[in-house]
Design a protein. Structure first.
Length: 322
């Protein structure tokens, strides 16, 4: 090949190489636009009713009992009564058990927790002035029970040994555990928000608690996860050991469930709860992680395209020097 023919061939190759570089660059721009622009809601994270993350809240406007599912089993030792809130927050429910009694509970009309679900649960109530907070046996005020009939729930909020605590398991089927939330005394108000990541995997299942607006439990991992089977259903009220001889009573002012702490906080604040004293934590805890994973994948793809462009440019320059 003569020198002039080689130069002509090189000139012919340059437009083709430049077109290739232009196409790849256009692809990078398209990916970056998709990465930075807000997209539609992911199918795995549907917008809950109302669009603000709030899923359910007890109605205290005159028929609070009607907000819950009821059955004879859960009220076998006493039905709750609708009363005026001792805290001045409208209507409330009073749960009372005598010594030796075990159960007076209601079921909020909320979705069950299943693998990978993340929900926030707000609770505001008040213990009676003679509530036996120092009892050595369990006194559960809120629980997330597995579908099986036997055994203790994976997650519960209980009053025992002078503390409000997270508890679960029974050592027969799953390892029993206790995690303190805050000290508690007779007559104290309970104002908490509980975040649960539901999973049978102990590495993934976590519980967080804000008490009075202050975060007191962060990413606690129950030893056998927050699920023992396919799902957990929620109950509120009073469930205690039959070994306890002292009576116990409490009032429940408000319960709310949502997909974000902000939504539950706002619902509780609307009725005068003190949970707003703490600033809701933003960031990764408000997301199931799907959107973050998508953006991470797009970023990796963009880096790969940039690498391809660099390689093509290097080849073009090398051929131009031939």
């Amino acid at each position: 090949m003569t020198t002039s023919e080689g130069a002509r061939t090189a000139r012919e190759r340059r437009p083709r190489a430049r077109r290739l570089v232009a196409v790849i660059a256009a692809g990078i721009v398209a990916v970056l636009v998709g990465l930075l622009a807000p997209g539609p809601a992911l199918a795995s994270s549907p917008t809950p009713p109302g669009g603000d993350g709030l899923i359910w809240r007890a109605d205290d406007g005159g028929d609070m009992l009607g907000s819950f599912q009821r059955n004879e089993y859960n009220e076998q030792d006493g039905a709750p009564r609708e009363v005026s809130s001792p805290s001045g927050h409208g209507q409330a429910l009073e749960f009372s058990l005598q010594g030796g009694d075990q159960r007076s509970e209601l079921l909020p009309r909320v979705p069950d927790g299943r693998e990978g679900d993340v929900y926030y649960y707000g609770y505001r109530g008040r213990l009676a002035d003679d509530f036996p907070v120092d009892a050595q046996r369990f006194q559960i005020i809120m629980q997330w029970h597995h579908y099986g009939d036997e055994g203790s729930p994976p997650v519960a909020i209980a009053v025992q040994d002078g503390r409000l605590m997270i508890t679960g398991g029974d050592n027969d089927r799953n390892e029993a555990y206790q995690q303190a939330i805050a000290p508690i005394r007779p007559g104290d108000e309970i104002d908490i928000i509980v975040r649960i990541v539901f999973s049978r995997d102990p590495e993934k299942g976590t519980v967080d608690v804000w008490s009075g607006g202050r975060r007191t439990v962060t990413a606690f991992h129950p030893p056998d996860g927050t699920l023992y089977d396919d799902g957990d259903y929620m109950k509120v009220g009073l469930y205690r050991s039959e070994d306890l001889s002292d009576p116990a009573s409490l009032t429940l002012d408000d319960v709310a469930v949502g997909r974000t702490r902000q939504a539950v906080d706002a619902a509780m604040v609307d009725q005068g709860a003190s949970s707003a004293q703490g600033t809701p934590d933003a960031g990764t805890e408000e997301s199931t992680g799907s959107d973050s994973s998508l953006r991470t994948g797009l970023a990796v793809g963009t880096l790969a395209l940039i690498g391809a462009v660099v390689a093509v440019v290097a080849v073009v320059r090398r051929r131009q020097r031939l």
